[in-house]
Design a protein around this ligand. Structure first.
Ligand code: CMP
Length: 139
């Protein structure tokens, strides 16, 4: 197994419910190292670029409106097998289908408001960390 980077976003729904501390502690307990962390209010063009792969999906507008309605926490994380491990920890996209104990089962409301984002591949982990953080931010 190799050390990888992955981007986690604690989404507006979780921040509104003041759950960012509990989610961050869970990530630390799972062995992730925080390379960079920032609270941000993401702009519409920024989130449309980030989720460009979903541009043609029927939920794209709803997704972008949700992700810009309040602050998020951006986290560049590092760990052995970080991408798959984060995906295991956060669980299925739809909280109703997520396994017991996963972050989305614990904190998500529905498939749109699902508390957290995690990169879906090694390549996207690097691309997505670079989307929100410059190399100098990563320590
Ligand atoms: P995320 O892992 O951030 O990647 C894309 C997001 O699109 C996903 O989490 C969900 O929040 C959202 N999404 C996926 N499917 C749907 C859907 N059917 N309706 C609304 N939002 C969705």
């Amino acid at each position: 197994m190799t050390t990888q980077r992955t981007l986690c976003i604690i989404k507006p729904d979780a921040v509104e419910r003041r759950q960012q501390g509990a989610i961050l502690q869970r990530l630390l307990d799972e062995g992730f190292r925080v390379l960079a962390m920032r609270q941000a209010l993401i702009s519409r063009p920024q989130i449309e670029g980030f989720y460009a792969v979903h541009r043609e999906r029927p939920f794209f507008n709803e997704l972008c409106t949700f992700m810009t309605r309040g602050p998020v926490i951006l986290l560049a994380l590092e760990r052995e097998d970080a991408v798959q491990h984060l995906r295991n920890v956060i669980g299925a996209t739809d909280p109703a289908k997520a396994a017991a104990g996963t972050v989305r089962k614990l904190y998500g409301s529905n498939v749109g408001e699902n508390a957290v984002h995690g990169s879906d591949s090694d390549e996207n982990g690097r691309i997505e960390c670079g989307y929100y953080f410059s190399g100098m931010d990563l320590v």
